[in-house]
Design a protein around this ligand. Structure first.
Ligand code: NAG
Ligand code: NAG
Ligand code: NAG
Ligand code: NAG
Ligand code: NAG
Ligand code: NAG
Ligand code: NAG
Length: 229
């Protein structure tokens, strides 16, 4: 019986520590109610966007209530002491149009961090190697001012990078510099080579160059292995 409890306790510890590693805070609280930030500045582009649209700020975020739910359209995460970005960290916020990330100590960014953000009209980043995610062709225009990179009007990655998906798959943009090839109905499997009624398989390709492509590829392979397709 002691052994049983020991095993139980061990499982619980493992479970709890893995739980702590991942995030228990819902994404909205994690970003919009973020505690590590300086107050939103008067000259915040999210604030002025929100006033222009006659919407409401809730913490760091500009919110539109559509009758049933709150849609996040702007997010000011400048001066928030963000030390690192994570893959798909904004995936729950695919409606965001204005995103501010300047004045944070993260040392780099990659296209995969912005997966899910398909509606960006303004993105502000610290000036790092590679001015805007996905490169210049992912944006209608890019400006640099006071060590801030400003990326305006995201382009459709499928078009801007002239991407072609494998046969039986179609391309949709997944964010600046990333796109998804989705198997058409009745096709499935890696590269959509098999037919039958199976869940659709989605895979993401990064159109950014070099290390980004490689790391996203590796990440994808992990994902494939993980889902055992
Ligand atoms: C920001 O706005 C507040 C309220 O309008 C004002 O009191 C404050 O002086 C402003 N700060 C700066 C730096 O402009
Ligand atoms: C409001 O947004 C939610 C989430 O995107 C959506 O499911 C819902 O249909 C929208 N409601 C209206 C009235 O547009
Ligand atoms: C929408 O946001 C407002 C302001 O934060 C909040 O009071 C309200 O409960 C939210 N509504 C929903 C449906 O989440
Ligand atoms: C992106 O913007 C378009 C046009 O304003 C809108 O119709 C669409 O619903 C938006 N997409 C998301 C994911 O919010
Ligand atoms: C960009 O990266 C290269 C190689 O890592 C480095 O030599 C160069 O100084 C960097 N440029 C900037 C502006 O950080
Ligand atoms: C991308 O745009 C920036 C800012 O306009 C410019 O400095 C840079 O040279 C461009 N890079 C390429 C590869 O065209
Ligand atoms: C896209 O790629 C195809 C095949 O490589 C080529 O024929 C076509 O001209 C390219 N289009 C653009 C806009 O670059």
């Amino acid at each position: 019986m002691d052994l049983k409890y020991a095993v139980f306790a061990l499982v619980l510890v493992v479970y709890c520590s893995s739980f702590q590693e991942t995030d228990i805070e819902p994404p909205y609280v994690k970003f919009c109610k973020r505690k590590s930030c300086l107050p939103v500045q008067n000259n915040s582009q999210v604030l002025s966007y929100c006033q222009r649209k006659e919407l409401m700020m809730d913490g760091r975020c500009c919110i539109h209530y559509n009758g049933t739910s709150n849609i996040t359209l702007g997010m000011d995460l400048s001066n928030c002491d963000i030390e690192e970005l994570h893959a798909e960290m904004f995936a729950a916020f695919n409606s965001v149009e204005v995103l501010m990330l300047q004045n944070n100590p993260f040392p780099k960014f990659k296209a995969m961090h912005f997966v899910g953000l398909t509606n960006l009209t303004e993105l502000y980043l610290p000036l790092l190697n590679g001015t805007c995610p996905g490169g210049n062709q992912s944006w209608e225009s890019i400006e640099v001012q006071n060590s801030i990179a400003m990326c305006f009007n995201e382009e459709d990655t499928c078009k801007s990078h002239n991407l072609t998906c494998p046969p039986n798959a179609y391309c949709t943009t997944a964010g600046p510099g990333s796109a998804t090839c989705t198997c058409v109905k009745d096709y499935y499997g890696y590269k959509c080579m098999r037919t039958g009624h199976f869940p659709m398989l989605v895979y993401t390709v990064s159109a950014a160059v070099g290390i980004t492509t490689l790391s996203l590829f590796l990440w994808l392979m992990r994902r494939f292995n993980g889902t055992k397709v």
